[in-house]
Design a protein around this ligand. Structure first.
Ligand SMILES: Nc1ncnc2c1ncn2[C@@H]1O[C@H](COP(=O)(O)OP(=O)(O)O)[C@@H](O)[C@H]1O
Length: 342
């Protein structure tokens, strides 16, 4: 929980192109503090809203205003469903986000599905697909309605892709639906435990009920968007609630078919970094293909004395994460041949 000694001295403003904000796992609930399942980490359900307010104040005050904020999922806690406060709590958090002067892109995590069905989410303010950019004459880059994913271009030559890591999941879908049956089959094939949230004894511990995965349809779409970005020499940032790179994450927290997502990403040269939430502890690794995997520290497990959010500044040759509180600063260089000429 140690805060950084010397944040903010990473680089100068001279060649900065644009910036964006990142925040993960707010998990707000109007409840007393609690603990995670293992009882090892305190969860500050009420204070998470204060953390969000602080983050928004900082982003609004930044000298170069971020173009947008990426909310990496789990915006309210699953406990809200138990106390029948889901809609009320979502309203409280969304009203807080209204203070932000720039658009926010909302990702969906497991806690969204503890509180709401997929149909409800699709109709809710958490569906920010209206912020997508469509590529004229390239219909293969338009996502289908079967999953919640889209892409947008906040700055020329930089494409952001928001992925649906619960596209394959038993959460939020009608138990009588074929999709539920298909996903339950996948889960049970990999997890023989009676308690499907338990990874005990699993060779692939990510196959638990609180995770999910990417359908082949979504991966095919991702492949098309990345092919377009390669052809047009774009840089790509990908966002998902679930992480996909084992060395940057707790193995239990990975997307079910993280290898399939990696295979698509690694078959293209355009992806610079992959942001995820879910783990709460944070993590980072640059993979062998030069993709930077950042797991953001979760707001919910951040003590009131600290903070957990960041601003990413984009330069022609790198992205620089300026973390606040327990989010560390990171310099994420593009591979040499990938540096942009501006
Ligand atoms: N090892 C485990 N065994 C059984 N159930 C678990 C285990 N870990 C988590 N769970 C359950 O899975 C659900 C999600 O876990 P939780 O840690 O709260 O997720 P998140 O980190 O997304 O908040 C909770 O209902 C929790 O009780």
């Amino acid at each position: 929980m140690a805060d950084k000694a010397n944040p903010g001295t990473l680089t100068d403003n001279s060649e900065r192109l644009f910036s964006f904000g990142v925040i993960a796992d707010i998990q707000y609930a109007d409840l007393e503090d609690g603990y995670n399942f293992q009882g090892s980490r305190r969860r500050y359900y009420r204070h998470s809203l204060v953390h969000l307010q602080g983050a928004i104040e900082d982003w609004n005050k930044e000298s170069s205003m971020p173009c947008c904020v990426l909310q990496l999922g789990d915006i309210i806690d699953g406990f809200n469903a138990q106390y029948k406060t889901s809609e009320e709590s979502l309203e409280v958090v969304m009203n807080t986000f209204k203070m932000l002067k720039v658009p926010v892109h909302h990702t969906w995590g497991n806690h969204e599905f503890y509180n709401f069905s997929r149909d409800y989410l699709t109709r809710s303010k958490l569906n920010t697909r209206f912020l997508e950019d469509r590529i004229i004459d390239h219909p293969e880059t338009i996502p289908s309605e079967n999953y919640y994913a889209y892409h947008f271009v906040p700055f020329p030559k930089f494409r952001f892709i928001l992925l649906d890591a619960y596209d394959l999941s038993v959460l939020g879908v009608d138990q009588s639906s074929p999709k539920y049956q298909q996903c339950m089959k996948i889960l049970r094939e990999h997890n023989p435990n009676t308690e499907l949230n338990s990874p005990q004894g699993l060779s692939e511990p990510q196959f638990v009920q609180f995770n999910g995965g990417f359908s082949q349809e979504q991966l095919n779409w991702l492949n098309e968007v990345l092919a377009f970005s390669d052809t047009n020499q774009e840089k790509v940032v990908i966002v998902s609630h679930l992480p996909i790179y084992p060395e940057a994450s707790d193995n239990v927290c990975l997307a079910w078919n993280y290898r399939d997502a990696l295979a698509v990403i690694w078959s293209h040269k355009c992806v610079v970094c992959f942001f995820a939430g879910h783990t709460h502890d944070g993590g980072y690794c640059e993979d062998h293909f030069g993709v930077h995997h950042v797991n953001l520290e979760g707001v919910i497990e951040t003590a009131p004395v600290s903070q957990a959010f960041g601003t990413v500044h984009i330069y022609p040759d790198k992205m620089v994460l300026k973390g606040r509180g327990r989010v560390p600063d990171r310099i994420m260089n593009y591979k040499k041949e990938k540096a942009l000429n501006f």
